[in-house]
Design a protein. Structure first.
Length: 312
């Protein structure tokens, strides 16, 4: 019985990972590919470009530190910079509101119940799936001044079509026309937002005698402002970063009449081999986009309606 009388040895508790630690490990294991990609392809290049913006690196010799000389050159010694910046603002100020208005009109139209509604939605959305490279080549053919289909159509009504991509006055409107090719993406988002508006609001307004116009501006429009705000911000950022349309259609011509900021940065860096100056231009563009986005975000409190805020 000596075994019974012996004091039982206390069992050693196994120290394992806590639930919180295991969840943290699983979380970082899942996001580590994204973190790696962000660090390698975004964070490191951004830091490197910031450093290069203060140098005169030409892609071949060792970079020499020049301070703010590249930034001073952009604002005081490079007349093409202001011309390109003006083109970019012109493109953004026209293409973004125009895209929003067209998307708003189409979404309101396609939200009604009519025969073939799904087919029309598909037709509107499909062009946004076409790569801009392919769409640009098609538009380049459509806008040919002599034998292009668009000018041929205008000639039926006795209208002489412009040279489009060869005319300094019409080249940016032609690029804007290509940008409207992808309006279907924003239209689908707005259709989803309109369908999410509570039907009770329309029923109550109809009882009060409100017409379709009044119901749209007093019910539909306020309820879809979050999606409009999203489309506005992404549209502004995309407009200031426009590249494919310009590079495919005109490469900045004729006579730099369609040159935009990102194609100009590309030309400066990889054709003129002024990598330091191109990095400075990229950071100037980044600051401009950040300032405009911050102003739009600040203004959202005055016109963007969130249903959750009312419920609180």
């Amino acid at each position: 019985m000596s075994a019974v009388t012996k004091a039982a040895k206390p069992r050693k508790e196994r120290r394992g990972l806590t639930r919180k630690t295991r969840e943290a490990i699983a979380f970082y294991a899942c996001v580590s590919p994204w973190i790696f990609g962000f660090v390698v392809f975004t964070a490191i290049p951004m830091v490197a470009s910031l450093y290069l913006s203060f140098t005169d690196w030409d892609s071949f010799q060792s970079p020499n530190f020049v301070g703010f000389a590249n930034y001073v050159k952009a604002f005081t010694k490079d007349p093409l910079f202001w011309k390109v910046l003006g083109h970019t603002f012109y493109y953004a100020c026209v293409s973004v509101p125009l895209s929003l208005l067209i998307a708003l009109y189409l979404s309101n139209l396609l939200s009604n119940n009519f025969r073939g509604k799904r087919a029309f939605r598909t037709i509107i959305y499909l062009p946004s799936l076409v790569p801009l490279v392919s769409a640009g080549l098609i538009f380049k053919w459509l806008l040919k001044p002599e034998d292009g289909p668009i000018n041929a159509f205008l000639s039926i009504f006795g209208i002489k079509g412009p040279a489009w991509l060869l005319d300094t006055h019409w080249v940016i409107p032609a690029i804007i026309l290509l940008s409207l090719w992808q309006v279907g993406g924003g239209t689908i988002l707005l259709i989803s937002a309109i369908n999410g508006v509570p039907k009770e609001l329309y029923e109550a307004a109809e009882i009060d005698g409100a017409g379709h116009y009044r119901m749209f501006w007093n019910i539909t429009f306020p309820m879809i402002t979050p999606i409009l705000f999203f489309n506005l911000v992404t549209g502004i950022i995309g407009a200031f970063q426009v590249f494919d349309q310009v590079y495919i259609l005109t490469e900045g011509g004729p006579d730099n009449a369609s040159q935009m900021m990102v194609p100009y940065i590309y030309t400066t860096a990889f054709k003129n081999f002024q990598m330091g100056y191109a990095s400075a231009l990229a950071w100037i563009l980044f600051v401009i986009i950040m300032i405009i986005s911050a102003l739009v975000l600040r203004s959202s409190s005055a016109w963007v309606f969130y249903e959750s805020e009312v419920k609180k």
